[in-house]
Design a protein. Structure first.
Length: 505
């Protein structure tokens, strides 16, 4: 067998997902190389929405503050572009809102975070091939017209929807093809609609408007008259015609800087892992950007994958068993592929609503909006799903991954929120501040109202390098107490913030 490669993880693609996985790995001391095909980061933004669970993840690593300071928070969001909003303000999180932030800005913040964690993006380097050997992967990287071989223990394909890593690993991308096209246009509106008309629909279709901090707007329509014409991309003139068709006005459409054409294909990688090759983000799943979920889903993939890769690399460094590595990395697919499936399903449901035509479609949307407006429990359920905080993973104690099923302890498998901890003789502290200090790659055993070990058998825990946090009590926030996070006992928190085990004194 050849000697182990110097680079432990090669991350292909420095979009938001690649930057996040690389930052986690670098902060944990893994030797990482990040290669990116583009010479410069894209100046334009595809997306705008950062969801609550993603903000929690960023906050638990100290990366949320610059975004929160710079961008607008919205306490409500939409399902299927409906005017009845999902109420995020009641969500049990410290971030009960979405953040409206151009993706280019999110990417800049994440690259800066990666740099602070000790990593850098090597630009102008395109991976054109990936080959697996027994103990490594060898990637061919094209740079300045020359090709170079890069060996690494693992390769993570964060190279977007047309992933070369996925294709060369022979992993299929399956699902449903485009059946409709829609525009996303960056425009000037001299006579914009009032905020309560940013989302509007009728028998002609739907309009969706996002105001940007610089005074411009992103405008999108689901235009029933032309949406199924897949023969040509959207143009500025088509956007104007569509606005008039749906709303009766073009809202003073001025300069149109860019028009993207978006399809509703929904595809998912058949496997998220093939040996030493892993996929995350758009390389693993794509769907219509309804609800602004793709980047969020991808960052949550990255957060799950990173701690598993850190543990896998450490295990190989120590000459550990291949079974350990397999268990860790198969767990990534076992948890994140279903999470992706659930998002794709929600997007399909939303597309079904918005694309239903004529009087039947309009009535269906009115009925669904009434459900969201009149039934807070339904509204909450959808808000939890879109926000990302509903995700829970099966645990050894309780093996069900859907948060609506029978669960003996609702904390099991769920993500731990930012609890306010009381400690003897010390000022109260927020859990996420402690997680920041502990950093990526470590389990945390949080004990509340009792001893750090002994009484609960914590010393027998297999995660014997878990950081121990003790609190005399959990005193807030109020919603955390409602959700039983103040129960005296202990929880074992995985490095991605999900609860692996919960015990009550
Ligand atoms: C109109 C629109 C609006 C959207 N709105 C939202 C939103 O509001 N919220 C949200 O969460 N999501 C949104 N999305 C989805 C979001 O943009 C994507 O899910 C997100 O960019 C995926 O991130 P990624 O890092 O996986 O891939 P990408 O952002 O695509 O990054 C992949 C990177 O890999 C590089 N690369 C590709 N091939 C190679 C190679 N062979 N070698 C080296 N580098 C390579 C690329 O240059 C690129 O930089 C939207 C999408 C669209 C189209």
């Amino acid at each position: 067998m050849s000697s182990p490669p110097d680079i432990e993880v090669l991350v292909v693609g420095a979009g938001p997902v690649g930057c996040w996985v690389a930052a986690e790995l670098c902060a944990a001391g893994v030797r990482v190389m990040v290669v990116e095909a583009r010479e410069n980061r894209a100046a334009w933004s595809r997306g705008f929405v950062v969801h609550p669970r993603t903000l929690e993840i960023f906050d638990s690593r100290g990366a949320a503050a610059p975004m929160l300071a710079a961008s607008r928070r919205l306490p409500t969001w939409h399902f299927a572009m409906g005017a009845s909003r999902l109420d995020f303000s009641v969500l049990p999180t410290s971030f009960p809102h979405i953040l409206l932030q151009p993706q280019a800005q999110t990417e800049e913040t994440l690259e800066e975070h990666l740099n602070r964690c000790g990593g850098e993006v090597l630009r102008g380097r395109r991976v054109v091939d990936v080959r697996q050997q027994a103990d490594r992967v060898v990637a061919t990287v094209r740079h300045n017209g020359a090709e170079q071989s890069v060996g690494a223990r693992f390769v993570v394909g964060c190279d977007g929807a047309h992933s070369t890593v996925r294709e060369t690993a022979g992993i299929g991308f399956s699902g449903t093809p485009d059946t409709l096209l829609s525009p996303a246009a960056l425009v000037e509106l001299k006579d914009p609609p009032p905020p309560e008309r940013y989302l509007q629909g009728n028998e002609q279709g739907l309009l969706f408007v996002i105001p940007l901090p610089d005074g411009r707007f992103v405008v999108s329509t689901i235009d029933h008259a032309v949406m199924t014409d897949l023969s040509k991309p959207w143009t500025a003139e088509m956007v104007r015609e569509s606005l008039i068709r749906i709303t009766g006005t073009d809202y003073g459409l001025g300069e149109v800087e860019r028009v993207s054409t978006i399809g509703n294909s929904a595809l998912q990688a058949d496997r998220y892992r093939d040996g030493r090759v892993l996929l995350a983000g758009d390389a693993a799943h794509v769907h219509f950007p309804m609800g602004g979920q793709g980047m969020n889903l991808g960052i949550q993939d990255a957060h799950n994958l990173a701690w598993r890769l850190i543990a896998a690399v450490r295990s190989e460094r120590d000459g550990g068993s291949p079974d350990t590595v397999n268990e860790l990395l198969d767990g990534y697919e076992a948890e994140r592929r279903p999470a992706g499936e659930r998002v794709l399903e929600d997007v399909h449901a939303q597309m079904g609503l918005v694309a239903a035509t004529g009087a039947d479609g309009a009535a269906l949307r009115i009925r669904f909006e009434a459900l969201l407006a009149e039934h807070p429990a339904v509204n909450l359920q959808y808000a939890r799903r879109l926000s990302g905080i509903a995700v829970r993973y099966p645990t050894a104690q309780d093996g069900d991954g859907d948060d609506t099923e029978n669960i003996t302890d609702a904390r099991l498998g769920a993500r731990v929120p930012d609890l306010l901890l009381e400690r003897d003789g010390a000022p109260p502290v927020r859990l996420y501040e402690l997680l920041r200090e502990i950093g990526p790659g470590r389990f945390v055993r949080l004990t509340v109202g009792g001893p750090a070990d002994g009484a609960d058998g914590a010393e027998d825990d297999p995660e014997d390098d878990a950081a121990v946090v003790t609190a005399t009590a959990v005193t807030g926030p109020a919603w955390a107490l409602r959700d039983r996070w103040d129960t005296p006992g202990s929880v074992l928190i995985r490095p991605d913030g999900h609860v692996a085990e919960a015990r009550t004194w």
